[in-house]
Design a protein around this ligand. Sequence first.
Ligand SMILES: [Zn+2]
Length: 73
Amino acid sequence: MQHHTFEEGLKYRPDYTWPEEGTKRDCPKCKDTLELVENNPSYYGKPWWCAPCRWQFSEEDLDNWGSGSSEEE
Ligand SMILES: [Zn+2]
C-alpha cells in the first residue's frame, strides 16, 4: 500500500477550481480547443492543457486572461 505524506514545504496540490467534465474552453493564446485534464489526485498541474502552446491554464487564468494586462489583442 502506497502511503505518501509530504512535509510542509514540499510540493502540494494547489486548490484549482476544476471544471465540470465536458466543459469546453478555448486557448486564449492560439484559440484552439483546450484539453481538460482528468482530475487525478496525483496530478499537480492545472486543469486545462493546450498541446500546441504546451501551456497549462487554470479557470482563473482563463477568466483573467487579458484583463489588467497591457498586451495587445
Ligand atoms: Zn494554445
